[in-house]
Design a protein around this ligand. Structure first.
Ligand code: GLA
Length: 728
């Protein structure tokens, strides 16, 4: 298996197929040795020098009077606050007496097959044949605190997952002020920092910036992973490309507040960590209690960004997403949001369903506006009772009629919310998250329910579940349209209010877990004002997430490029919508919108009853392309060829099946250029010896990859094409 321990050298080596991660213990301090290309098993003496224990200052036992300098330079595996390491700590504890310090030294470890579950939280999984886990236990005798560092190594993928457990083994409480899930100290190799930033309708744009001295961090304290930053960072070496350069990626399996930071210190060393954001966080840990952190998924690639991407894709497809839909083609859906917004009734929905059926669409999703008296976003969240003034005859009747037309039925909820103008709020005004005597900040005219309270979680669950039990519903879109403010809960004592953000997430996870347990066959799609909760935490419950409220094909190129940097295409919610686009007003060809949406879950979000005959014919083609290509798109290896972000004119990507017998090329000419002839495009990931047929002609894999193909320049902007390469 992948984990070695050398007792004499006090050394752990964690191997994946192409990487090695090394940990060494020096006088109880757990040190980070190495992370990078795989080192042959057994090369133990060769690595310990990386701990630099012989350099000045020597270790505390040799040079106690300079212990501070030792602590401030040693490459810590899980640095703690308050004893002399002035780089930012991963763990900060406040004792009952108010002191901020801890020092947990190595006590023992165990190595076992498989991977433990993280109770109440999303986490990746693997069988005893697929992975092995190391748990290093450290102890601080002053606080009676045990710190368990978990590392799981996957046998077939270059992935290591990490999380920590903090245990109070004493009788008096202490307070966790900060707890990161993973930390790593590396020598700087002129690293830059890659992150995914954005805003509403512009999520996950790739950004690479140089790392200077000091601290650089990204994060969210909005109560969700957010539109603005993504819980993913990577250290990348200079001039990183798709195939060349080194990458150290960290992705957080969590949907709430997070922080990811890199710090370059006085000795040109980098500390990189990721965990729950410490702002507004403080966890009171009573005697005999434990706190379990969420998990970080680490991927190292010595072969550029592309290899990292494909590792994350395979890992999430096989070791994170649990849904029975994970490996299945999803029904092509039509959602009425951009078609009608709040202005619909059952007749309108049935008209859409009938037309959709004609064109080969398989599911109708009724979006926001079907409940309470909600005709705008001003009211009724929390009142999950169908509005019979809109849906005459009730929900079951509508669902039955849609089923009779031959379509499945899906429905939208925003379960975590409560409108000030709702029967629920009038009945339970203290159910919203709030600080007594302070007005609650509104956002989209709504408040957030206090999901730290069990009775509220139960109520929310029952109101959603009773709707789902009442009719033949096949799909749920779970939305969350505002971020958290005025953080306060009646459920928590004054020294526990800092637990609210995390307890809120535990409430959300419990709700979604109950939902997928009671309704395993319902296809769940998460959403948050577009893509503000597009994170690995959500993928544990839903096999797909709505990627962005921006459905413009060109905007989507950048959004989907950034999203697919880590997440498989099979989980990227993408629909064809109408033009001029509702968000940016751009007109793009119907075909291009289809091609971009095909590289996600695929569906429609427009008034299909208003399409021209020509557009209807295109829809039929798109539906048939979906059936033809979706297996490949869902399961294949994804290669970025040209990025519109860099080229300013073109965007191309390729999907190759695992057997390398089939490849599908997507190419978008975003802007036309004058006086141009064809351009040459090199493919990737093919079998160099195999012959591939494209448009009736045969090409050798090596020719396609080394010499490339010629793509003719067309007149007009936003033109796209899809080319299939079929191997012999
Ligand atoms: C969010 C979603 C949209 C739609 C609206 C409904 O913005 O991202 O797709 O469901 O809410 O209010």
């Amino acid at each position: 298996m992948g984990i070695e321990f050398y007792k004499e050298e006090q050394l752990f080596l964690l191997h994946t197929p192409n990487t090695t991660y090394g940990i060494g213990i020096v006088e109880g301090y757990v040190g980070h040795l190495y992370y990078g290309k795989r080192i042959k098993k057994g090369e133990r003496e060769q690595l310990r020098y990386l701990l630099r224990v012989e350099e000045q200052p020597r270790t505390p036992s040799v040079n106690e009077r300079e212990k501070n300098t030792f602590l401030d330079t040693f490459p810590m595996e899980y640095p703690e606050h308050g004893m002399g390491d002035y780089r930012e700590a991963a763990l900060c504890i406040r004792s009952e007496g108010g002191h901020f310090a801890s020092e947990s030294l190595y006590e023992k470890h165990k190595i076992f097959k498989g991977k433990p579950k993280i109770k109440g939280m999303p986490a990746s999984f693997g069988t005893e044949e697929e992975c092995e886990t190391l748990c290093i236990t450290c102890f601080d005798p002053v606080l009676s605190m045990r710190v368990e560092l978990y590392y799981t190594v996957f046998e077939k993928l270059n992935v290591i997952t990490r999380h920590v457990v903090i245990k109070n083994e004493g009788t008096r409480p202490f307070y966790i002020e900060k707890v990161m899930s993973a930390s790593m100290d590396l020598d700087d190799e002129k690293f830059s920092l890659l992150s995914l930033h954005g805003s509403w309708a512009r999520e996950r744009h790739i950004q690479i910036v140089p790392i200077g001295y000091g601290r650089q961090n990204i994060g969210s304290f909005r109560g969700e992973s957010s539109h603005q930053e993504q819980p993913f960072v990577a250290l990348v070496t200079e001039g990183i490309t798709e195939e060349c350069g080194e990458v150290y990626g960290m992705n957080f399996v969590y949907s709430g507040n997070f922080q990811a930071q890199v710090e370059k210190d006085q000795f040109d060393r980098i500390r990189m960590f990721m965990g729950i954001h410490p702002d507004g966080f403080c966890w009171k840990l009573e005697g005999q209690e434990e706190f379990v952190s969420p998990e970080v998924v680490m991927v190292y690639s010595a072969n550029g960004l592309g290899a990292m991407t494909r590792t994350y894709h395979d890992f999430y497809r096989n070791h994170l997403i649990r849904s029975p839909y994970r490996d299945k083609k999803r029904p092509i859906l039509i959602n009425n949001w951009e078609a009608t917004y709040f202005d619909f009734d059952e007749k309108k929905l049935l008209d859409i369903a009938r037309e959709a059926k004609e064109l080969g669409i398989e599911m109708l999703v009724m979006d926001d506006g079907w409940f309470g008296k909600r005709n705008s976003d001003n009211c009724s969240l929390g009142d999950w009772v169908v509005n019979e003034n809109k849906i005459h005859g009730g929900l079951k009747k509508l669902v039955d009629e849609v089923n009779e037309i031959g379509l499945q039925f899906g429905i939208w909820f925003e379960p975590e919310m409560i409108s000030p103008d709702s029967d629920l709020f009038r009945k339970y005004p203290d159910w919203a998250i709030h600080i007594p005597s302070r007005s609650i900040t509104q956002s989209r005219a709504q408040y957030v329910l206090d999901l730290t309270r069990k009775e509220i979680v139960d109520y929310v669950y029952e109101s959603v579940a009773s709707i789902l039990r009442s009719a033949n519903i096949s799909y749920v879109k779970w939305d969350m349209n505002r971020q958290l403010t005025t953080i306060g809960s009646l459920n928590l004592s004054s020294d526990q209010q800092g637990e609210l953000y995390h307890r809120y997430m535990l409430g959300v996870y419990e709700l979604q877990d109950r939902l997928v347990t009671e309704f395993p066959n319902i296809l769940l799609e998460n959403c948050s004002g577009g893509g503000a909760r597009f994170d690995p935490g959500m993928l544990y419950y839903s096999p797909q997430i709505w990627c962005s409220d921006d459905t413009d094909a060109v905007e989507r190129l950048l959004i989907q490029e950034g999203t697919a940097l880590i997440y498989p295409l099979s989980c990227i919610g993408a629909h064809v919508s109408v033009c001029p686009n509702h968000t940016v007003g751009r007109n793009t060809p119907f075909e291009t919108r289809g091609h971009v949406a095909l590289c996600g879950t695929f569906g429609y979000e427009l008034d299909i009853t208003k399409l021209t005959e020509e557009e209807k014919e295109i829809v039929k083609h798109q539906v048939s392309d979906y059936h033809k290509y979706n297996d490949l798109i869902r399961q294949g290896d994804y290669y970025r060829l040209v990025s519109y972000r860099e080229s300013r004119y073109y965007d191309s990507w390729l999907i190759v099946n695992k057997e390398k017998t089939k490849a599908l090329l997507f190419d978008v000419q975003v802007l036309a250029r004058p006086n141009r002839r064809s351009r040459r495009l090199r493919l990737k990931g093919l079998d160099e010896n195999r012959l591939y047929k494209m448009a009736g002609k045969w090409y050798r894999g090596s020719v396609l990859m080394n010499a490339g193909i010629l793509i003719p320049e067309e007149q007009g902007d936003f033109k796209s094409r899809v080319l299939l390469f079929e191997g012999e």
